[in-house]
Design a binder for this molecule. Structure first.
Ligand SMILES: [Zn+2]
Length: 126
């Protein structure tokens, strides 16, 4: 079996990532009371898990995550010959925790990456 990957080890690429901003809201099931009343019994709210708050993502935005060299290409062939190709960018500093990207989020240059970010942000904003 021959599997071609879009990029190879040592290729310098730009990776993009979707940043999500969390938003907390009062649970509309228990009104923030953490428990609901069923026939006189207080029961932990199933909607918020007894926190009184529910979380949602108020904003999603594609942005350039980092530029770097691919140090590992991982190919997984699964059921029905589906291929999952994952690229790992070398860890350059302590604060960079994400090193793993799917091929759809990797681009050969910054310009193409920015264009794709704009496209995805435009689509997600309606
Ligand atoms: Zn609740």
């Amino acid at each position: 079996m021959i599997i071609e990957t879009k990029y190879g080890v040592g290729d310098r690429v730009t990776a993009i990532r979707e940043l999500k901003k969390e938003k907390w809201e009062t649970c509309d099931c228990c009104d923030g009371n953490k428990i609901i009343n069923i026939k006189g019994f207080g029961v932990g709210c199933p909607q918020c898990g007894g926190r009184g708050l529910i979380t949602d993502f108020e904003e999603k935005k594609w942005t350039i995550d980092r530029r770097g060299e691919i140090d590992t290409v991982q190919v997984a062939v699964t059921y029905q010959d589906k291929k999952a190709i994952t690229y790992f960018l070398g860890k350059k500093d302590y604060f960079t925790c994400q090193t793993r990207y799917e091929s759809k989020d990797i681009f050969k240059d910054k310009k193409t990456a920015l264009k794709e970010c704009a496209k995805r942000n435009g689509e997600s904003n309606g």
